[in-house]
Design a protein around this ligand. Structure first.
Ligand code: 2HG
Ligand code: ZN
Length: 473
């Protein structure tokens, strides 16, 4: 730990006095767990891991770290894809897993108050038991924490109808880097009172404050949903079809795109080849509608299929039972992992106005030819959010290291020219910060630096993330 006036033992003694030795971890296994997330193969070993259970403990830890300029990085479940929780400067990881209580489900007001270390799907199931719905469903919902979702402003398949995390956060209890405990908003559906501190913290990737309580808005649980998988003979046409569904007046609860290589990787990854994949099929759209009346949903699905009939499509697969729905969703949800399983990769989370998706996909493939890389594309087409896994495969190391960043920069410059930006939902974290100058002017970046300086004058909280001036090594 980088502190000049304290010995390692004095630091350990302090944290042991706050948390007890069982929640101050220094063993190699826990340090390695805390040193990585789901971003490429990065490992940055911290020197110790702290596991607080209460807001007061988090506050005491931050007061001490701020006083002694100890760098500290908050961590949820470590499922992040842009390195947001990587302790790039080593030092201390603040592991939030033990703050894992759902504190209150307020059915009357359609709200839930939770600690950050609750698994998202556990939260969804708990509120569903009371007829309520928390719709934001990242692919990693079975393992990611709601606190990490708030820190990254996560999305997921149902964002196209229900929005992303920021649309559900009403209020946050957070601990500032100096140890002050504040609430950022109010438990109200509307709030026009002062600057929006809640939305400033949402998506700040653990760089402004440590989230210790979250108040979320909930919805009534939709009674029914229907799901179809539509095969296309052209990936570009599949992308073109997306916008036509909305222009025809339909708002699916999910509209996912998977190019052929994505679905092939997913089938292989789970060893399930039952989903038909004729040679000529180049992409699929996975489309869900949800609501209260099945008859109405059937009409919606028929209308959507009608719209898609203007394109060259194959036989539509209709999942009319839970088992078939689960199978299709499992195929989609493993795609990210499956696409990465075969090669070193770089992942991009590009997002554009959805009518521009065909151009974005074409650019990815054009750059692949020009620079010699393969890519597997899939994602939340309804939001214009295309996940691009660039695969190293047998690209020479030198080209991968020195030429590929140029290709990624070209992709982002083009994405911006389409009216898009760098990240739809995975965040900037550690891996995308060097591209921030493409979409932000120096004035805009200065504003962000000013906000970081105001919240964290000693730059102890998760330094080296989001803002482009910091380089490790
Ligand atoms: C998804 O949409 C998630 O599947 C994960 O955002 C994406 O791992 C990925 O590429
Ligand atoms: Zn996604």
């Amino acid at each position: 730990m980088h502190t000049n006036e304290l010995t390692q033992q004095e630091v350990l003694d302090f944290f042991n006095s706050v948390l007890g030795p069982q929640r101050v971890l220094t063993d190699s296994e826990n340090l390695h767990i805390a040193g990585a997330d789901h971003t490429e193969d990065f490992v940055f070993l911290p020197e110790l891991v702290l596991q607080p259970q209460t807001t007061e403990e988090v506050s005491k830890i931050l007061v001490y770290c701020n006083e002694h300029k100890l760098v500290i990085t908050p961590r949820g479940a470590g499922t992040g894809l842009s390195g947001g929780c990587l302790p790039v400067l080593g030092s201390i990881v603040l592991d939030m897993r033990r703050m894992n209580r759902i504190l209150d489900i307020d059915v009357e007001n359609f709200q839930v108050t939770t600690e950050p270390g609750v698994i998202t799907e556990v939260l969804q199931n708990a509120v569903r038991e009371q007829g309520l719905f928390y719709p934001v469903d990242p692919a990693s919902k079975g393992s990611c924490f709601i606190g990490g979702n708030v820190a990254e402003n996560s999305g997921g398949a149902r964002a196209v109808k229900y929005g992303v995390v920021k649309d559900y956060v009403l209020n946050l209890e957070v601990v500032l880097p100096d140890g002050s405990v504040i609430w950022t908003g109010a438990n109200t559906l509307k709030n026009a009172t002062g600057y929006n501190l809640t939305q400033l913290v949402v998506g700040s990737e653990g760089t402004l404050a440590v989230i210790t309580k979250i108040v979320l808005k909930l919805l009534p649980q939709p009674a029914k949903d229907l799901l179809i998988l539509v095969p296309f003979y052209s990936a570009e046409e599949a992308c073109q079809a997306v916008n036509k569904v909305f222009l025809a007046g339909y708002t699916p609860s999910a509209l996912e795109f998977m190019e052929r290589d994505a679905i092939m990787a997913a089938r292989k990854f789970i060893g399930d080849y039952s989903i038909p994949l004729p040679e000529a099929i180049q992409a699929h759209l996975l489309i869900e509608v949800d609501g209260q009346e099945e008859a109405y949903l059937m009409q919606e699905i028929e209308g959507i299929v009608q719209v898609l009939a203007q394109f060259s499509t194959g036989e539509v697969l209709f999942a009319d039972n839970q088992k078939d729905k689960d199978k299709l969703w499992r195929l989609r949800r493993v795609t990210g992992e499956a696409a990465k399983a075969s090669s070193i990769y770089k992942e991009e989370d590009t997002v554009v106005p959805r009518a521009k998706l065909p151009q974005l996909l074409a650019k990815v493939k054009e750059l692949g030819k020009a620079y010699g890389f393969d890519s597997i594309c899939y994602g939340h087409a309804g939001d214009g959010n295309l996940h691009v896994n660039i695969l190293k495969n047998n690209m020479p190391d030198e080209v991968w290291k020195h030429e590929l960043p140029k290709a990624i920069r070209e992709l982002f410059v083009y994405t911006k020219s389409l009216g898009g930006t760098l990240s739809g939902e995975h965040g900037i974290g550690y891996v995308q910060k060097d591209f921030m100058d493409i979409v932000f002017s120096e004035v805009e970046l200065q504003l962000m630096r000013g906000i970081k300086k105001l919240f964290d004058p000693n730059n102890i909280l998760n330094p080296g993330k989001i803002l482009p001036e910091y380089r490790v090594g």
